[in-house]
Design a protein around this ligand. Sequence first.
Ligand code: MN
Length: 746
Amino acid sequence: MLPESPDAVPSPAPLPVAAPPEPRSSVESLYRGLETRLRETRPKEDLAPLERAYRFASERHRGQTRVSGEPYMTHPLLVTRQLVDMNMDMVCLQTGLLHDVVEDTSATLEEVRKEFGDEVARCVDGVTKLSKLDLASREERQAESVRKMLLAMVNDIRVILVKLADRLHNMRTLGSLPQEKRLRIAQETMDIYAPIAHRLGMGKVRSELEDLAFRYLEPEASEGLLREFEAGRPANETFLNTIKHIVEVNLAREGIPARVEIRVKRAYSVFQKLKRQKIILDQVYDLLAVRIITDSVKNCYAALGVIHNEWHPIPGRIKDFIAIPRPNLYQSLHTSVMGPEGRHFEVQIRTDEMHRIAEEGIAAHWKYKEGRRGPADDDRRIAWLRQLVEWQRDMRDSGEFMSTLKVDLYPEEVYCFTPKGRVIALPRGGTPIDFAYAIHSDVGNTCVGAKVNGRIVQLKHALRNGDVVEILTQTGHLPSKDWLGVVKTSRARNKIKHVINTTERVKAIEIGQKYLEREARRLGVQLGRVTKSHLEAVAAEYGCSKMEDLHAALGYGKYSARQVLQKLAPEIVPAELPEPAPAPERPAPRPGDDKDLVVQVKGIDDLMTYRAKCCNPIRGEPIVGYVTRGKGIAVHSVNCSNVQNLMYDSERKIEVEWARAASHTFPVKLLVRTEDRPGMLSQITTALFNEQTNILSLETHGGETDGGAIIDMTLEVKDKRQLERVVSAIRRISGVRDIERVNERT
Ligand code: MN
């Protein structure tokens, strides 16, 4: 075992003279240990690069100590020791020694590059960036790092290997940190690092990370379980040794070469299982396990036969991860059987190669090998990594890992960041609107635009992994109905619907009330004279508990105001009056009567239309239709103020266009202010004559206070262009001060 004493008592106060020799020598001896170990396992390797990295790092970390009081340099050395045990290559080992110099000392990345080359510098840079992940309070850095981590994983997996070794050592020495920090680091280990180790197939590292984190995160559960484990240990060991003996005898008889190992399931994975399946310790099928490691796939299946011949398999517990490996490339045959005394246990059967992969995962593919490593090796490693990444992508029903890892490679989600670095997870195709609602419903409601990575995008823009999204808001802005067709999250959809329904109802109430009052005036009903109880009784007849609800229903067009007024004042409003009532003064053309329709509803040609009196649109002006109750479609000018104010219900808005037939003329009323001088009127009529415009009526009023006159006339024009020509002809007459088109006000 290596000297590792996080809780070591601080050494007594050093003597005032010279450097304290004790810590330095402990550092030095750790380094010597590394060398010795390497010389044993890799006699041909040149260790000079390792020594250079060690000298550089210990120089830079000089004088720094860990929280435990040890010299800081013990940390990179023990991280590197882990990498040596994993048999990593020299670049990886140098990175291990140098991994904290850029983050924690005066050394720059450039210096590292100059001294140790591009590869090492790239790896150190990668680890430095991942280290910023630890700064959970600095959201921006965290976000940046999560992204970098992704890239780093695909660029050079050694960054991850060093980071995992780093985290492992930090977890082993976590006890010296304050409680709050301990919890944060343990949580992060559980959430991010253990799943990464798992994904990379590094079973050993993952187990240790999880068990260490578990101890800090669930101290009670962890202790309880461990106590229960301890209590059962002697019985379990006896039981497993008996099984081991029987298995060995049976395999030998069948001529299957094998190594048999026994193990008790780890505390944390038992804990997970108990929690997930709500069972007790005795019901865990794979609490006790026997592992058979043999030489070939053929013998794996043969061994499975031997086991099933001896003990009854438990139905549904046979799993063939050889034929169908797990996403992290784990391969094995699993079965659970009913053993002696009715105790069940799990059997795992695999080849040596499968075993190595299970324990070491991707590290097995990144190991130091004697001699130069050829391009073929690189290709193989990269192919392996690619395959891994591909598998993760294709995996639909993600397992344990996918649900916990909070980075990419998850097919259904994208991860974006707020400018402050908060991670927002959205479904694929999620838009800035979804993002805005994910932050807060107020942000969603007032969202008017978005910047992605600093550039303005459309609100329907599909966000991608790693995008930094800034939402632009405007107070008082309300969501648009169109958003419903764009958003991908139900949260956003529900919030938008809610706001739209609320605001529409407010408008509908207002409209319904006005509609009722107007109809009441028209029909001569004095609403003010109707008692409150009568109003409420009528409202109740419509299933409305409040008058407000009836107003809303009227606004939504569910009932006609006449109908309601008939109930309110039956003596005034006769029930048998034909409905729909035609628009007064200028009756709308009956459907089908008039082939020469002035206005057409787009796509439908037998709907009644009439020009709204408030704006009296003429051919050539942009128009919009509005479905009224019982009076057909009112056609307004797009610029009409009533359109702006009264197009409350967009459901009732309808597209209309001027019909092609051009024989129809429109009456237009103009008000001309002029100087009061003789000949003015004849000049105007001449101008109208020249423009071939008929005059329907003309009146002059003299005696304006400013000594001018007003000419009030109604002309007959074919379209907007004719009107424009007439207006400019009149304007050109000297003495004309002003000309205005007037509409009847409602
Ligand atoms: Mn470190």
